[in-house]
Design a protein around this ligand. Structure first.
Ligand SMILES: [Cu+2]
Length: 136
């Protein structure tokens, strides 16, 4: 009697371990499910962190508003084809391979509105794929 209940317990433990491995794998997949939701995250390492999605033919969000003196980190992920993000005022021009999170950082030294744009031709709406950094 004792022996059979011990076996039941062992079987349950093995089943739970197997289930948790499956959960871990499914949360660790690749592709669009890995793209974080657009918007601002909490401050990390003294940076204001924004997740941004690039897709034909827009950046989401397309306006990033920060305060003068902020260190800004954009974590940009393309949801479809290769794009680029060029922010001339901050000397930034990075390629955005599909599905890959690319981090760009800059210091918002001066107030103003600073445009950015897709820097890799991505189709018919490429020239309208723009946004702006607003430094208050
Ligand atoms: Cu483009």
């Amino acid at each position: 009697m004792m022996k059979s209940s011990l076996i039941v317990v062992v079987v349950i433990i093995i089943a739970l371990a197997g289930a948790s491995i499956l959960v871990f794998r499914s949360s660790n997949g690749t592709g669009s499910e890995n793209i974080p939701p657009p918007g601002e995250n909490e401050n990390v390492d003294g940076f204001r962190v924004f997740n941004m999605t690039a897709k034909q033919f827009e950046f989401i969000p397309s306006t990033i508003t920060v305060d003068r003196g902020d260190n800004v980190r954009l974590q940009v992920t393309s949801a479809d084809v290769a794009h680029g993000i060029a922010i001339a005022a901050f000397g930034i021009d990075e390629t955005l391979p599909p599905g890959q999170k690319v981090t760009v950082e800059f210091f918002a030294e001066n107030a103003g509105t600073f445009p950015f744009e897709c820097s890799i031709y991505c189709g018919s709406g490429h020239s309208g794929m723009t946004g702006q950094i607003v430094v208050q």
